[in-house]
Design a protein around this ligand. Structure first.
Ligand SMILES: C=CC1=C(C)c2cc3[nH]c(cc4nc(cc5[nH]c(cc1n2)c(C)c5CCC(=O)O)C(CCC(=O)O)=C4C)c(C)c3C=C
Ligand code: FE2
Length: 509
């Protein structure tokens, strides 16, 4: 269920810009002029010559590389950060601002001692030094995918209304025995600071892993949520929202409790696998003695630029998936997805937040692939090639559920997935689907262990996922090709302002 329609591609450039009070923007870092860049190249060249013939052969090589790189960035009109290429990378490219915010982006921390000595560039003990040595130099500007960043601070957390990225990780943690509200608050503070750094392309203090070194923010998002059990463990049961009541059981469920629920939920997405893994690893390390990993899952989507033009993604059944998602440009979008800002009562802390229903849904792909194309299309109600509804038109044509074919049959079958799931069949129930595909190898019988890490976002699960899944459970032609293997429901608080952490209103309110 990845929502990548062209329409959204256009509207999602800075999806929260029009909705959320924006965090104060750091001043735009001045772009190096042509002359400055050329000067840098000259300086590096001189330094390289100075070491020629000395035993610092290695250092000379490194300096040579520095010269090449400095020269490469010298010509005017290079692919500057402001000149992003086509595709997802254009969305919220703020690399210069991100660099300015904390001084040193991770792309300025290069661990080549030789280059420091040889090129005479600044060496120092900046936090996050890689391999014990730090060399600062201006790298060639990032472009496209690497430079795109999404905001950590704002009214809503990122990772909800913005397009799903190429790589996704989801993890649930349980608080360790004895970890109380104070420990939970400290953990959320640590996690938020790390997420804010990583999403801006900065190396968090103390991170010497080097995993994401050289990379830009790559549209990284880190989103935090609280499961039902969190509130008892932290003495906050009085603040648990009614919306976190357990989901009803469904007949398609074959749920594994070990891979379901959890006190804390973290969703990570990035358009680079190393950047995404790096975020996951750091957060897992920072859980320390406060929380233990309960389950973890990995997913993926199309790579930016894989298609000739941005388009709605496909899932592992081959269907165009995400077409009829609510659009951020729709005035009703916020009402469907976010808890109202004027929320009062025990769960007032959820204002601006959202509820995530997370389901690992395995696809029975061997059975599915044996169906004829015609049968597959009938099951969904849309054409496989281009996602157009079987009632006619193109992908974005509104579905006509009342249309009959000449032979008297319904154009969209009675049990077609899009009929049974549509708001029109569910008293307006609406959710935002933002999913990742997954593939965890093959089962003993040779069937792929693959499907969808389905995430449904809504202001209230009882007005989104629950009624729709109830209906699908009874009459959806697609459900015999699916197994729901795990489930989680999480309260995802609104975003935070700089200096605050996610969940602070709950933990300190
Ligand atoms: C409870 C909600 C839903 C689950 C679970 C679900 C699973 C699921 N869906 C697909 C494939 C497609 N779904 C499509 C549309 C669609 N699906 C839901 C809800 C759930 N899907 C909704 C609300 C809608 C939109 C209905 C409408 O208003 O038209 C489509 C069509 C394209 C689209 O609009 O996105 C496909 C394809 C799979 C494979 C799956 C479980 C693995
Ligand atoms: Fe669906």
């Amino acid at each position: 269920m990845t929502e990548r329609s062209q329409d959204e591609e256009k509207t999602s450039r800075g999806p929260q810009a029009g909705k959320a009070p924006q965090a104060p923007q750091a001043p735009q870092a001045p772009q190096a002029t042509q002359a400055e860049k050329a000067g840098k190249a000259e300086k590096a060249e001189k330094a390289a010559q100075a070491v020629k013939g000395t035993k610092a052969a290695k250092a000379g090589k490194a300096a040579g590389r520095a010269v090449k790189e400095a020269k490469a960035s010298a010509p005017a009109g290079g692919a500057g950060a402001a000149k992003t290429g086509p595709g997802r990378g254009e969305q919220t490219g703020r690399p210069a601002q991100a660099r300015a915010a904390h001084g040193v982006s991770r792309r300025r921390l290069l661990g080549t001692a030789g280059a420091a000595g040889a090129a005479g560039l600044v060496a120092g003990g900046a936090a996050g030094a890689f391999a014990g040595e730090t060399v600062r130099k201006d790298p060639a500007p990032l472009n496209g995918v690497g430079s795109a960043s999404r905001p950590f601070h704002g009214a809503h957390q990122s990772g909800i209304a913005d397009p799903a990225q190429t790589c996704g990780h989801m993890a649930a943690f349980d608080l360790a025995p004895g970890a109380d509200r104070k420990a939970a608050a400290a953990l959320l503070r640590r996690w938020s600071a790390t997420a804010a750094d990583l999403m801006a392309g900065r190396t968090p203090q103390g991170d010497g892993s080097g995993v994401a070194l050289d990379a830009g923010p790559c549209s990284l998002t880190v989103t935090f949520g609280f499961g039902r059990t969190f509130f008892d463990r932290t003495g906050l049961a009085a603040k648990r929202p009614a919306a976190l009541e357990p989901l009803p059981a469904f007949t398609a469920d074959a749920l594994d409790p070990k891979r379901s629920e959890g006190d804390l939920w973290v969703q990570i997405g990035a358009d680079d696998a190393l950047v995404a893994f790096h975020a996951l690893r750091l957060l897992q390390q920072q859980a320390g003695s406060a929380a233990r990993l309960r389950w973890q899952m990995n997913g993926f989507n199309r790579t930016p630029g894989a298609t000739a033009q941005p388009m709605t993604a496909r899932n592992l059944m081959g269907q165009v998936d995400g077409t009829n998602n609510p659009k951020p440009s729709d005035p009703r979008f916020a009402g469907h997805v976010y808890v109202p800002e004027d929320r009062g009562g025990a769960d007032a802390w959820m204002a601006g937040g959202s509820y995530a229903v997370v389901r690992r849904i395995r696809m029975l792909l061997d059975s599915w692939d044996n169906l004829s194309l015609e049968r597959q299309e009938k099951v969904i109600g849309r054409r496989k090639s281009d996602g157009a509804p079987l009632s006619g038109g193109t992908e974005t044509t509104p579905v006509d559920l009342d249309k009959f074919r000449e032979d008297g049959s319904l154009a969209i079958a009675g049990d077609a997935h899009i009929r049974v799931a549509s708001p029109a069949s569910n008293r307006g129930a609406t959710m935002l689907r933002r999913a990742f595909s997954y593939h965890d190898g093959f089962l003993d019988d040779g069937a792929p262990d693959a499907g969808l890490l389905f995430v449904a976002w809504q202001a209230d699960p009882l007005k989104g996922f629950v009624p729709v899944q109830r209906k699908l459970d009874r009459g959806d032609g697609l459900s015999r090709f699916l197994r729901h293997e795990s489930s989680g429901l999480y309260a995802v608080p609104g975003g935070c302002a700089p200096g605050e952490y996610v969940g602070q209103r709950l933990l300190e309110g």
